[in-house]
Structure formats: structure tokens, C-alpha cells
Ligand binder design. Structure first.
Ligand code: G16
Length: 543
């Protein structure tokens, strides 16, 4: 077997976004496109000769093609071992765990997360470093720089290997191990949560519905929820990963997981409803008749985490992304532990977790996780909720009301304006950025601006800084609007408007969210001119 050197020229735009390089499949399928990016990764990342690489993805269309090519390239690039999930399947949190458990120098996770899949839809490649977490900005910048000068990629000239049978194969000097996609992850979950207590609650009548959205968590949820915890067969819905996710967006929000939402609001609702996304790192939590926002879920999980064995010793700190509501900060204050506010993107939590400064992290974008891996983890959040409900013996609704009665409630919504012309979105942000200094003191209806800025982050661990991470308009009384452009889309630009209003513990805790946020919604339009810039009169998605 021989390594072949393929001459190539750079492609424009191979800049990793919030979470890796995401493009349409037809972009990735261009001659050498994926290979250029993978070679750029191999050229710049830290690794010793003979080190281990983890490869797996969410099972979407093009997953297997790229995995086979990555294996051939890893062999020609001096890796000693590749661990690949059976069938090419590894959820993002499972991949993070496998990287850590087997001492890999890093991993390639093939996913475009919650974006749709199929020949005309999206694909993605993300590199995770040895701590199991997404590559930090310094690394993704180096990868991007390398893609702009790349002139060759190398690969062994070997046939495809069998990805479907667990076992070991040789590709040149490289050992390829096809591993069980679920086993290591399920074993980790058993160490963190009180499985006997959950099993007892299930035997006692606790019911749930889990929507895997025809994406990667199906096999994980079936093993853990049905086989190990005793929920009846059928608890996991859409549990077989499909290359096109059944034609749906595997995005666990109130739009794309509408069937689950409708079920949970109906008389036939089970006690607990949950869903996860394409690659298994996001989660949706709905109790019977009660939707829990991701920001509230983070706060409620943090407040009750000590009920799970893995967190019985307490939390070291709580971290949230800037647009996530401040509900978790109130829990941190009550627990007497630090609260951190980072830019959007799980990669910003990595240093805090590695340094032991934070135990639990979360984002408004339906991500929650802890220091057990270095990714957000959809099933982890579901299992922590189940653990808490099982030990407390209360409903989701009762737990939420109890939480708000103690901490107050951060009413919250995110409005997304999708597939906007990039120039229009950029103009809106540019105009608003320019107007920020003029906003303090101005009144919008009953709201008066107290401060306005462009969020910048100073990493307390390594001293690195990240500027332009979202525009914040803070009002007197604690309400807030944040404007930012998504870094995960593959078509045009998506404007996200995050709205938050704090209602104290003795205030109105069970009002309609839209009503409570109406003044803020009007202020957002007045401040940013959304309709003027985008010709849109309403958001595409409200979560
Ligand atoms: C990714 C990142 C998250 C981030 C989310 C939303 O999630 O991993 O940390 O919060 O994107 O990003 P944006 O608002 O830029 O679209 P995922 O689940 O897509 O990997």
C-alpha cells in the first residue's frame, strides 16, 4: 500500500463557524473539498506521531463517504490508530467521551447538527481536541489559514473498510478499530445518575416520550431508556437514524418537535417529554403541560444537580453563554459559587471545565452539559431531569413553579429571522453597532436603556479575548435584548433576537410569555429597525 499525494488548490470560505465547517453536501462533494479541509486539520493540530484519532458522525448523508476518506488520509498522515463508531455513528457527546477515554489526540465529528440532511441539504466537519472539546478559536483560525494555502493532500490508496462490523482492520500502518457507538457512553451515564432510583420510578408509573427525530440519539436512547431504565418499548420515537432524518429538521424546538409538544400539551401526555437533535448534543424538555426553556432548564438542573450521584459533592461553578437568560446566575448566587458568562459556542466552556472552575454549563440554544465530557449533551440533560424527578417525586410543572417561587422567573424568548440576504443582516448589525453609544437614557415605551454594548469576552483561564460576540441592550430593571447573527447557518444570514424580562419571586410567575415580552419585542423593532432592514414583519421561528 502506498500513500498518494494529490495536488490541490484552496477553496474559498473554509472558515469554521460557531461549531465547525458547515456547508451544503454539494459544496462538500466538490473535488478535494472535504480532503482539503481534513488535510488542513492534520497539518496544523497538535499530535504526536502514531496518535489516535476518533471519527464518527450523526449518520447523515455523506457521513460514510467522508469517514472512509478520513481513514485513508489518517493512515497517510502518520496517525497510529483510528477509532470509528459502528456504522460511522457517534453522537457528539459520545465522541467527546471516546476521545477522552482512549487518550486520543483529537477527533473529527461529521455533523451539521440540527440542520437538515440529504443530498441537497447540509453536511459538516468539526475538529475536537484532546480534552474532547471543540477546537478553540486559535486552532480553528490556524485550520482556516492553512485551507487558504493548501496545495496537496495525502491518502493511502486502499479500498473502503467495513464500518458495520465491530472489529479491527489495518490500513497501511494504521489500526482502525470499529467500536460500539453506544457502550462507552451508556457506561458513563450509569456512573453519573441514580439508575436504580429512575428504574424504581418507572416501575412505579413514571412515563415519558423521547423523540430522537430520526437522528443519532435513537440507538443511545433505546439502550439507556428502554433497555437499562425499563421504559416500555415505543418510549423512544423516531429511533432509527436516517440519512435524511426522514426529511425533517432534527432540531428539538417547538417548531420542529411539534408532534412531541402537541402530545405533551394533550390529555394523553406522559409525565415527561424530551427530544434531541441531529448529533445528540441538544435537548428539549417538556413536562406534561409545561415547556421548560433551555435557560430555565440550566437553572433548574443546576439547583437540583446534587440529587444525582455524579454531582452529590456540589458544583464548582455554573457557566452560560451571554444570550442565555440570567436564571442560572441566581442559582449560582444562592449556592455561593461563581457564574460565568461566555460568548455563544460550547468551545468557550472548555477552559472553565478543564480548570475546574465550572461543573455545569448551558446555552439558550438547547445545550446543557457538564464536566463529564467537553460537549453539550442532550441525553445527559434528559437523564439528569429524570434523576431529579425520580428522587423528588414531583412533576416538571411543580418543580418549575417551586423554582420560580424561590428565584423569580426570567421570561425569555428567541426570535429568529432566517435566510436573510447577508448584506441586509450585516447592515442591520452595522447600524445598530453605530447607534449603541446613543441608546443609554433613551426610552422605548415603558423601557429605558441603562447600557448598550458589543459583548467581548476575556477568558479567565488563558487570557484570550473574543470581541464582537453580540450586541446587548440592557434596560433599567434587568430586562435585556441581545442581537446577534447565527454562526451555524448555511444559507444567507440568520438574525437572532433574544428577549429577557425578570419577574421577581413575588411577581407574576405564570403569565403568557408573549404578553410579558411585548414591550421588549416592540423595543427591539424600534431599536434595530428589523422590518426596515429585512422586509420581514415577523420572525420565522420563536423558541
Ligand atoms: C452550535 C454550538 C453552540 C451554539 C449553537 C448556536 O450548536 O455548538 O454552542 O450555541 O451552535 O449557534 P448560532 O446561534 O451561532 O447558530 P450546534 O448544536 O449547532 O452544534
Amino acid at each position: 500500500m502506498t500513500a498518494i499525494t494529490h495536488a490541490t488548490t484552496p477553496y474559498d470560505g473554509q472558515k469554521p463557524g460557531t461549531s465547525g465547517l458547515r456547508k451544503k453536501v454539494r459544496v462538500f462533494a466538490q473535488q478535494g473539498y472535504a480532503e482539503n479541509f481534513v488535510q488542513a486539520v492534520f497539518d496544523v493540530v497538535e499530535r504526536a506521531p502514531g496518535s489516535t484519532l476518533v471519527v464518527g458522525g450523526d449518520g447523515r448523508y455523506y457521513n460514510r463517504t467522508v469517514i472512509q476518506q478520513v481513514i485513508r488520509m489518517a493512515a497517510a498522515n502518520g496517525y497510529g490508530r483510528v477509532l470509528v463508531g459502528q456504522g460511522g455513528i457517534l453522537s457528539t457527546p459520545a465522541a467527546s467521551h471516546v476521545i477522552r477515554k482512549y487518550g486520543a489526540s483529537g477527533g473529527l465529528i461529521l455533523s451539521a447538527s440540527h440542520n437538515p440532511g440529504g443530498p441537497d441539504e447540509d453536511f459538516g466537519i468539526k475538529y475536537n481536541i484532546a480534552n474532547g472539546g471543540p477546537a478553540p478559536e486559535a486552532v480553528t483560525e490556524a485550520i482556516y489559514a492553512r485551507t487558504q494555502t493548501i496545495d496537496r493532500w495525502v491518502a493511502e490508496d486502499t479500498p473502503d473498510i467495513d464500518l458495520d462490523s465491530i472489529g479491527t482492520a489495518k490500513v497501511g500502518g494504521l489500526t482502525v478499530e470499529v467500536i460500539d457507538s453506544v457502550a462507552d457512553y451508556a457506561a458513563l451515564m450509569e456512573t453519573l445518575f441514580d439508575f436504580p432510583a429512575i428504574r424504581a420510578a418507572v416501575a412505579g408509573g413514571l412515563t415519558m416520550a423521547f423523540d430522537a427525530m430520526s437522528a443519532v440519539t435513537g440507538p443511545y436512547a433505546t439502550e439507556i431508556l428502554e433497555r437499562r431504565l425499563g421504559f416500555p418499548a415505543g418510549t423512544v420515537r423516531n429511533g432509527v437514524p436516517l440519512e435524511d432524518f426522514g426529511g425533517h429538521h432534527p432540531d428539538p424546538n417547538l417548531v420542529h418537535a411539534k408532534d412531541l409538544y402537541n402530545l405533551m400539551m394533550s390529555p394523553a401526555a406522559p409525565d415527561f417529554g424530551a427530544a434531541s437533535d441531529g448529533d445528540g448534543d441538544r435537548n428539549l424538555i417538556i413536562g406534561r403541560g409545561r415547556f421548560i426553556t433551555p435557560s430555565d432548564s440550566l437553572a433548574m438542573l443546576a439547583a437540583n444537580a446534587h440529587l444525582a450521584p455524579g454531582y452529590a459533592g456540589g458544583l464548582k461553578g455554573i457557566a452560560r453563554s451571554m444570550p442565555t437568560s440570567a436564571a442560572a446566575d441566581r442559582v449560582a448566587a444562592a449556592l455561593g459559587i461563581p457564574a460565568f458568562e461566555t460568548p455563544t459556542g460550547w468551545k468557550f466552556f472548555g477552559n472553565l471545565l478543564d480548570a475546574g472552575m465550572a461543573t455545569i454549563c448551558g446555552e439558550e440554544s438547547a445545550g446543557t452539559g457538564s464536566d463529564h465530557v467537553r460537549e453539550k449533551d442532550g441525553l445527559w440533560a434528559v437523564l439528569l431531569w429524570l434523576n431529579i424527578l425520580a428522587v423528588r417525586g414531583v412533576s416538571v410543572d411543580a418543580l418549575a413553579r417551586e423554582h420560580w417561587a424561590k428565584f423569580g422567573r426570567n421570561y425569555y424568548a428567541r426570535h429568529d429571522y432566517e435566510a436573510l440576504p447577508t448584506e441586509a443582516a450585516n447592515a442591520l448589525i452595522a447600524d445598530l453597532t453605530a447607534a449603541l453609544p446613543t441608546l443609554p437614557g433613551q426610552a422605548f415605551g415603558p423601557l429605558t436603556v441603562a447600557a448598550a454594548d458589543s459583548f467581548a469576552y476575556l477568558d479567565p483561564v488563558d487570557g484570550s479575548t473574543s470581541a464582537n460576540q453580540g450586541l446587548r441592550v440592557l434596560f433599567e430593571g434587568g430586562s435585556r435584548i441581545v442581537f446577534r447573527l447565527s454562526g451555524t447557518g448555511t444559507e444567507g444570514a440568520t438574525l437572532r433576537v433574544y428577549l429577557e424580562r425578570y419577574e421577581p419571586a413575588d411577581g407574576n410567575l405564570d403569565a403568557d410569555v408573549g404578553v410579558m415580552l411585548a414591550d421588549l419585542i416592540a423595543a427591539a423593532e424600534a431599536i434595530a429597525g428589523i422590518t426596515r432592514h429585512t422586509a420581514r414583519t415577523a420572525p420565522d421561528v420563536i423558541t
